[in-house]
Ligand binder design. Structure first.
Ligand SMILES: Cc1ncc(COP(=O)(O)O)c(C=O)c1O
Length: 397
C-alpha cells in the first residue's frame, strides 16, 4: 500500500468536494478583487454584543452549557418567537440553541430523516440544505419554485409527494432567489402538511432582510401548523456574527427534546460565552436596530440591482434576503464571455475582479441555472460601491 495514499473514505465523504463558492473566493483573492459570491456578511458586529462576549469571557462562562442552550437565552428566544413571529411555542423546552442555524438544521434532519424517507426541497435551493439532507440517507424530491414573483404551486408539490415523504424544507426569505413566502402560500402548505402527514423545517435566517414592505410570516404561526413545524433562525445574519456559529430552533417539546439530544451528540453545546453575548441581541438592541438594518440593506439592494440592470442583466429584485439571482440571456446573445454560468463567472472575475456564484449550483440539474449568476450584496457600502463601479467600468456600454 502506498503510505502517502489516503485511506478509502465512507461513501458519504467520498462525494464531498470544495464548493464552487469557496474556489471562487480563492480566485477573487488572487486578483485582489471583491467577492460578491460567498454569502458572507462582513459588516461589523454591534458593540453591545461584543461587550457581552468580553464580559462572558472575563467571567469565565466557559464550560459546557445545557445541550439545548443556557436557560436565559432559551427564554429570550421563546419571547422573541412568541412576540415577533407569533409562533405559539409554550415553553423554553421548545427551544434548542445550536451551532449556527445550520447546526440545528443538521440536528433536525438527523432527528427526522433516514434511509427510505423522502423529503421535499424547492429549487433553486441553498446548497447546504441539499447536502445535509443527502447525508441523512433520505431521498430528495425537488419541486421548482422560481424567483420572487413566482408562486408556490400546490399541484407541483403534490406531484412530488409519495407515501414515503416525511418532511418539506422551506426557506423564507429565500437564498438564492429572494422569494418571500406569502401567508396564503404558507396556508396552502399547512393543508398539505395535514393531508400528507408531513413535518416542515423552515429556515428563517433572513427574516429581518425584507424590502418594500414585504411581510415575513413564520409557518408555525398559522393555525394548526405549530405541531408540525421546526422553525430555524439565528444570529449570524441579523447581527453580523457568521463565524460565531450560533443559531436556534423552535419546535414542539417532544421534537425539540430529540433535536437537543442530537445536538448534544454532535456538538455537545453551542459556544458557551457567545450564548451569553447573544442575549444582548434581545436585551440591548431594539426595533431601531432592525429598522436601520432594513434601511441599510434596502440601499444596498437598490445599488446592486440598478447596477446589474445597467450592465445588461435581467434582475428579479429580491423581496427578502441579500442576494440577487440575476439572468443574462441577453448578454449571452450579445457579448463574448457569457456563454454559460461558468463562463460568465470567469468573465466577471477577469474583467471586473468581481466574484459571483454560478447559477447551476442552485439546481439539481445545473443546466437549469446556466444563464444565472448569484450576487451577494451584504457588504459595507463603500465596498459595494467600489464593486458596482468595477462592474460598470467593465461592462456598461
Ligand atoms: C438559507 C441559509 N440558511 C442558513 C445559513 C447559515 O446560517 P448559520 O450561520 O446560522 O448556520 C445561510 C448562510 O448563508 C443561508 O443562506
Amino acid at each position: 500500500m502506498d503510505p502517502a495514499a489516503p485511506p478509502s473514505f465512507a461513501a458519504r465523504a467520498d462525494d464531498l468536494q470544495q464548493s464552487a463558492i469557496r474556489s471562487v473566493t480563492r480566485r477573487v483573492n488572487e486578483v485582489d478583487g471583491i467577492n460578491l459570491g460567498q454569502g458572507v456578511c462582513d459588516l461589523p458586529t454591534p458593540e453591545p454584543i461584543k461587550a457581552r462576549a468580553h464580559q462572558a469571557l472575563r467571567e469565565d462562562a466557559s464550560i459546557y452549557s445545557h445541550y439545548a442552550g443556557i436557560e436565559p437565552l432559551r427564554r429570550a428566544i421563546l419571547k422573541k418567537e412568541q412576540a415577533h413571529n407569533e409562533v405559539p411555542a409554550p415553553s423554553p423546552e421548545d427551544v434548542v440553541v445550536g451551532v449556527g442555524s445550520t447546526g440545528v438544521f443538521v440536528s433536525a434532519a438527523f432527528t427526522l430523516l433516514e434511509d427510505g424517507d423522502e423529503v421535499i426541497l424547492f429549487e433553486p435551493f441553498y446548497g447546504y440544505h441539499r447536502n445535509i439532507l443527502e447525508l441523512t440517507g433520505a431521498t430528495i424530491r425537488y419541486v421548482p419554485l422560481g424567483g420572487p414573483e413566482s408562486m408556490f404551486d400546490r399541484a407541483a408539490m403534490e406531484a412530488a409527494v409519495t407515501e414515503n415523504t416525511k418532511a418539506v424544507v422551506v426557506n423564507t426569505p429565500a437564498n438564492p432567489s429572494g422569494k418571500v413566502w406569502t401567508r396564503e402560500e404558507l396556508s396552502t402548505l399547512v393543508d398539505l402538511l395535514h393531508d400528507h402527514d408531513l413535518v416542515a423545517i423552515t429556515d428563517e435566517i433572513y427574516e429581518y432582510m425584507l424590502y418594500d414592505g414585504t411581510e415575513h410570516v413564520s409557518l408555525a404561526s398559522l393555525p394548526d401548523a405549530y405541531e408540525r413545524t421546526i422553525t430555524l433562525s439565528g444570529f449570524s445574519k441579523a447581527y453580523n456574527v457568521t463565524g460565531w456559529r450560533l443559531g436556534y430552533g423552535v419546535a414542539p417539546a417532544p421534537i425539540a427534546e430529540k433535536m437537543g439530544l442530537m445536538n448534544d451528540l454532535l456538538y455537545i453545546c453551542a459556544p458557551r460565552p457567545l450564548q451569553h453575548a447573544a442575549l444582548a441581541a434581545f436585551e440591548d438592541l431594539d426595533d431601531e436596530y432592525v429598522a436601520q438594518l432594513q434601511a441599510d440593506y434596502a440601499e444596498r439592494r437598490t445599488l446592486m440591482c440598478e447596477t446589474l440592470e445597467a450592465i445588461g442583466f435581467d434582475v428579479p429584485w429580491p423581496d427578502g434576503a441579500y442576494y440577487v439571482l440575476a439572468g443574462f440571456d441577453e448578454l449571452s446573445d450579445t457579448r463574448a464571455g457569457f456563454a454559460d454560468d461558468a463562463a460568465a463567472c470567469d468573465t466577471l472575475l477577469q474583467e471586473a475582479h468581481i466574484g459571483t456564484v454560478t447559477g447551476g449550483s442552485f439546481y439539481r440539474r445545473p443546466a437549469d441555472g446556466k444563464r444565472q449568476l448569484r450576487f451577494c450584496f451584504a457588504k459595507e457600502m463603500p465596498v459595494l460601491r467600489q464593486a458596482c463601479d468595477q462592474l460598470r467600468d467593465a461592462f456598461a456600454d
